[in-house]
Design a protein around this ligand. Sequence first.
Ligand SMILES: NC(=O)C1=CN([C@@H]2O[C@H](COP(=O)(O)OP(=O)(O)OC[C@H]3O[C@@H](n4cnc5c(N)ncnc54)[C@H](O)[C@@H]3O)[C@@H](O)[C@H]2O)C=CC1
Ligand SMILES: O=C(O)/C=C/C=C(\O)C(=O)O
Length: 493
Amino acid sequence: MSDKSDKTSDKTIVAGVSVDTRHWIGGRRVASAETFTDVSPIDGRVLGEIARGGTAEVEAAVAAAREAFPAWAATPRAERARILHAIADGVEKRLEELAIVETNDNGALLRSHRRGVMPRVAHNFRFFADWLLTLEHEDFETRGHTNHVSWDPAGPCVLITPWNAPLMLATWKVAPALAAGNTVILKPAEWTPLTASLLADIAAEAGLPAGVLNVVQGYGSEIGDALTSHPDVRRISFTGSVPTARRIAASAAPNLTPLSLELGGKSPLLVFADADLDLAVDLAVEQYDNAGQVCLAATRFLVEESVAEEFTRRFTEKAGALRQGDPRDEATDIGPTIHPRQLEKIDGFVRRAVASGARVVVGGHRVDEQYYAPTLLTEVAQDSEIVQEEVFGPVLTLQTFTDEDEAVRLADDTRFGLAATLATGDPERAARVAERLVAGTVWVNCFFVRDLQAPFGGSRQSGVGREGGTWSFDFYCDLKNTVTAPNGWKSHG
Ligand SMILES: NC(=O)C1=CN([C@@H]2O[C@H](COP(=O)(O)OP(=O)(O)OC[C@H]3O[C@@H](n4cnc5c(N)ncnc54)[C@H](O)[C@@H]3O)[C@@H](O)[C@H]2O)C=CC1
Ligand SMILES: O=C(O)/C=C/C=C(\O)C(=O)O
C-alpha cells in the first residue's frame, strides 16, 4: 500500500469520464503495489488498471472507519439526512457520466442506466435519508415502567457487492448503513470497480466526512477474507453467489458478525390458463433483461398445459424480435454477458442440458465470446441441473403443469426462494397460490415492481435476512430497549 494521492496517472478515462483507479480510504486516495486489469464486456477493451488491495488496505480502511465512527454516529439525524440528500444531488448531477461508465464496465443497457438504474441510485440515498427521520418506536409501559426502543448505530460495516447492477446494489446497502450512523467499507466486484470510485468522489463533494465511506478494490477472497474476518467490523452485507456466501459466513463466524445475505434464485413464472396470455408473454420476455444476469429473474416458466403451445408460439415470436448488440445503442434490447468466463459457464449449462434431453426452442448457442443468444429450453426434468441451478445468463426453461397443486409443487421444488411471478386472471387463485409459495417477493400479473419500503431478500438458500425500509435499519443498527422506572428513579420492576 502506498500513498500516491497526487499522481494523475492513477486515473483512467472511460468514455470521456475520469475515474480514479485507487482505493478511497480515510478521505484519501491510496494506491496498491499490485493492480488488476478491468476490461469492458462490450468488446474486451481494457478500461483501466485498478488497485489490487489485500490485508494492508483492509486494515487501513477498517481503522479509518473505526476512527470516523463516533463523530458520524453522534451527528444529528437531520444532518446525516442532509448529507445523504447532497449525495443524491451529486448522483443526479453526474447521472450521465455514471450511466456511461457503468455500461462500459458491466455491459448493461445504457438506456436502462440512464432512465432507470441511476435515478434509482439517487433515490436510494433520498429514501433512506427520509426514512431515517420517520424512524420512531412508540414508547410503551410495563407495570408503570417506560420502554424506549432506540436504533443505535452499530459501527463499521463491510458491504460486498456484485457486478450485475454495481452501483444500484451497492447504494442499496451504503445509503441505509450511512443513514443509520455507521461507517462503511465498500468492496465492489472486481469485474465492475469503476462507479464505486465515482461514488467516493461524489460523497466527498457532498460533505461526507473522511473515513465515513471507504472504498477498497480487489479480488474476491484475496481481500474478502481479511474484510469478513475482521473483529472490528460490526455488520457484513453481501449480494452474490451461494458458495461465496458460505465462505463469508464461515469467515465471520468466529466474531459472530451479523450478516445480511442476498443470494441467487431460480424463480418461477407461473402462467395459468386463465391468464391474459399477452401479458404473460410480456412478463416472460422481460426475463432476458440484463442478459439474464438478474438474481430476481423468473428463469423457470411453468405453464398450464392447455395454453403451453400458444404461450410458446407467442413467446418465440416476441423473443425473436429482440435486438442483441452493443448496450450503448438505444435500440439494443440485450447486451453482452459480463465476462467470457461467465459465458463459458452459461454455455456449459446449455450443452449439458441438451445432452441430457432438453429441446432448444429459442437460441441455445453463443453468438461470440461475449454474447450469448437468448435461449429457451423445454423437455427438462424437474431434478435436472438446468432446472435446479442458477445460470445467471439469458437461459430460460419451460415446463408444463396440469393443476394448481402441481404448479405450486414444481415452483417450490428448488433450494432457492427469492421471488415468484404469477400470471392469472383469477384474484382468488392469485392469493391462494401466493400464500403457498416460498419466496421473498411474489409478483401477481407484474414483474420487478420494487419499493424500498418493502422487505427484500430471499428464503432458503436465496438469502439470510431482509433489507429495505425499517428492515434495513433493524439490520444496520443495534436495537436497544431502555426501561425506566416510574418517576424515572425507582428500581426493580
Ligand atoms: N445478485 C446475485 O444474486 C448474484 C449472483 N451471482 C451468482 O454468482 C455466480 C458467480 O459470480 P461471481 O462474480 O463469481 O459471484 P461472487 O459471489 O463470487 O462475487 C460477488 C462479490 O463477492 C466478492 N467475493 C468473492 N469471494 C469473496 C470472499 N471470499 N470474501 C468476500 N468477498 C468475496 C466478489 O469480489 C464480488 O464483489 C454467478 O454466475 C451467479 O450465479 C453473481 C453476482 C450477483
Ligand atoms: O433492482 C432491485 O431492486 C434488486 C435487484 C437485485 C438483483 O438484480 C440482484 O441482486 O441480482
